[in-house]
Design a protein around this ligand. Structure first.
Ligand code: ZN
Length: 298
């Protein structure tokens, strides 16, 4: 009898061990991807500096090596950027890059932000030998333009709305053109370029990347944009779950436009809109170096 009870006990112990092993295995299956997503989500909020080299064969040689710090889509007042301390971490990173030119391609504020934030000094302490410039994004249109312009100006940032400005490097002039947001504003490329000699080199700032097809019609060599947030929420193997209107055709990174003479660089942006987090799509500062010929080929 004792032998039989011993046998039952052994069976019970073995069954318990089996159930525990299954439970442990199921837990592992659930916990591993969950912790992977949580760790990735945390890492996805940390700003990354992307080094980007853009080769433009028709650029004047005097501009070879020109460096640009490109920021976009802070969406201040919502999600990742609701206090100035968070922005100061970004501006410190930008200052350390020592770029010759600093540009911001729109959506400084989120449209849900307190209207008074348009009077708040947000992007302060940025300096570059060729200056600091910004264009409007669709969200910025929710705020008084003149107030935004004055606030940016007080911080040494020039807002370009269908305007061009002549810059000089190594004795060579070139132009920076900034347009109004194409989604809700009125971009006027021909008007903004009316005083630019046709042979001069032009860099274009415009919020929405899909404007690049228009830029290509004007044979502009490079357009810098944001707006798409590169999807903001991306899944491995799938990519962005959603992209905004005018941010679908050139959603991220450096892309040639069909004509082959124009390139567009789409910055993933810093902040968030809609939902207050990013996934597998960290906030970005692009450090762009322009080259006449690629370094490998030089
Ligand atoms: Zn945006």
């Amino acid at each position: 009898m004792a032998k039989r009870y011993g046998g039952k006990e052994r069976v019970a112990v073995t069954r318990r061990k089996f159930i525990l092993a299954i439970a442990f295995f199921v837990l592992l299956i659930l916990i591993l991807p969950l912790s992977f997503i949580l760790i990735s989500a945390r890492a996805s909020q940390r700003v990354t500096v992307k080094q980007v080299e853009v080769t433009l064969p028709n650029m004047p040689p005097e501009l070879d090596g020109l460096t640009i710090a490109h920021l976009s889509d802070l969406h201040y007042g919502f999600g990742l950027y609701t206090n100035i301390r968070a922005v100061e971490d970004v501006t410190a990173l930008v200052r350390a890059l020592n770029a010759e030119l600093i540009v911001f391609t729109g959506d400084l504020l989120d449209h849900t932000a307190d209207p008074q934030l348009s009077e708040t000094s947000i992007l302060k302490g940025l300096h570059a030998p060729l200056g600091v410039y910004a264009v409007l994004g669709n969200h910025d249109h929710a705020f008084e333009r003149s107030t935004l312009r004055n606030t940016l100006s007080a911080d040494g940032i020039r807002l370009l709305v269908n305007e061009s400005i002549r810059l000089t490097r190594n004795g060579r002039s070139f132009w920076l053109v900034g347009l109004d947001d194409p989604l809700v504003g009125e971009p006027k490329l021909a008007e903004a370029m009316s005083s630019i000699p046709s042979e001069d080199f032009v860099l274009l700032l415009v919020h929405t990347p899909d404007f690049a097809d228009r830029s290509a019609e004007h044979n502009l060599p490079l357009q810098l944009s944001g707006h798409s947030h590169c999807g903001q929420i991306r899944l491995p193997g799938i990519g962005p779950l959603w992209l905004p209107p005018l941010g679908k055709k050139y959603p991220s990174g450096l892309r040639p436009v069909s004509s082959g003479k124009t390139y567009v660089y789409t910055n993933c942006g810093l902040g968030t809109s809609g939902v207050p987090f990013r996934l597998f799509c960290p906030p970005e500062i692009a450090f762009i170096t322009l080259r006449v010929t690629s370094r490998q080929g030089a």
